[in-house]
Ligand binder design. Structure first.
Ligand code: RIB
Ligand code: CA
Length: 314
């Protein structure tokens, strides 16, 4: 059983990742840190809390994360991809209420679970970097591993020609996490962009009605797939980037990895670009600074797993 503290910005594919984590028999979700990114921090937190409530899991803490990047600049949100409030046409019902926790809960969770805990960050890196700054690397690195969805290696970006959205949103924070963190695995856009789920698969899952999420997935994913028709003409469906990071945690053999030290460009010219030395004889780096970068994955194994997990009973 993997105990997971999930950082994200729900957001449609973050929402799918939360559902996947809640439904997965080998994942124990021990907290969700919701931050700005696809939508603002308040909407992200509302959405995370709503999904937990639908699953009857109000016992899982929802923690308020960052409202903006370290640079202090204004945030660009993505309503055209994720909907005006982050779940396509869906919004938590009128009068929906919950108790969110303050950021300090992150430190309590890390102290409680120590090396039983895996941190999975599928949003901008500001909140996780803040944890490193406030508590110090030694405290955060008590967790067993960090998984990041972000970056794009040997492949174009999705917000600029070179940069992926999570690394681009707060490149200072991502670079800090990569430098201070240990045992980091990166599940980048060059693999998540191929984790495409088609309309037919979504319709099939929706028809199963086996858990509170099957029918909710349909309007959310319909919106997302429609958005991807504009973003990536010809794509048969939409990539569920963030769920792939959780799939990777449970299915290490389904991926091909290369270990390199990764940095993120914080300059204006190629902001958010992930940098790694892919020469056949890269410069030698201390082993503890190496990050595991996913370069390939087995799509068929992923899709079979996704359908199986998303149609489970709670
Ligand atoms: O580039 C994909 C990432 O950006 C995902 O985490 C998605 O949720 C968006 O924020
Ligand atoms: Ca995300």
């Amino acid at each position: 059983m993997k105990k997971v503290l999930l950082f994200g910005d729900p957001g449609i594919d973050d929402a799918i990742a939360i559902m996947y984590a809640l439904l997965h028999p080998e994942i124990e979700l021990v907290g969700v840190v919701a931050s700005y990114g696809n939508v603002n921090e308040k909407q992200a937190t509302d959405n995370a809390a709503y999904l937990l409530q639908l699953a009857g899991r109000q016992d899982i803490p929802v923690i308020r994360g960052a409202k903006g990047p370290f640079s202090g600049e204004l945030v660009t949100y993505y309503p055209e991809i994720h909907g005006p409030e982050g779940l396509g046409p869906i919004r938590p019902p009128e009068g929906f209420s919950y108790q969110a926790q303050d950021f300090g809960a992150v430190f309590d969770i890390i102290a409680k679970y120590k090396d039983e805990l895996t941190i999975v960050d599928v949003g901008r890196s500001t909140s996780l970097a803040t944890a490193y700054i406030l508590a110090g690397a030694d405290q955060i690195n008590r967790s067993s591993a960090v998984y990041l969805m972000g970056g794009s290696f040997l492949h174009p970006g999705n917000v600029t020609a070179e940069a992926e959205a999570n690394f681009h949103g707060d490149p200072i924070a991502t670079d800090l996490v990569l430098e201070k963190g240990r045992n980091i695995t990166i599940i980048p856009l060059n693999v998540t962009g191929d984790a495409v789920v088609s309309q037919q698969v979504i319709d099939w899952i929706a028809n199963q009605k086996t858990n509170p999420f099957t029918s909710l997935m349909k309007p959310i994913m319909d919106f997302y797939i429609e958005a991807y028709k504009e973003l990536s003409p010809g794509l048969e469906g939409a990539p569920i980037h963030d769920a792939l990071a959780l799939f990777a945690l449970l299915n290490p053999d389904a991926f091909g990895y290369l270990s390199r030290r990764v940095r993120v460009d914080t300059s204006n010219l190629s902001r958010g670009k992930a940098i790694a030395d892919f020469r056949t004889k890269p410069e030698e780096e201390p082993p503890e600074t190496l990050d595991r970068i996913a370069l390939t994955f087995n799509y068929d194994v992923f899709l079979e797993d996704f359908v199986k997990i998303m149609t489970r009973r709670l």
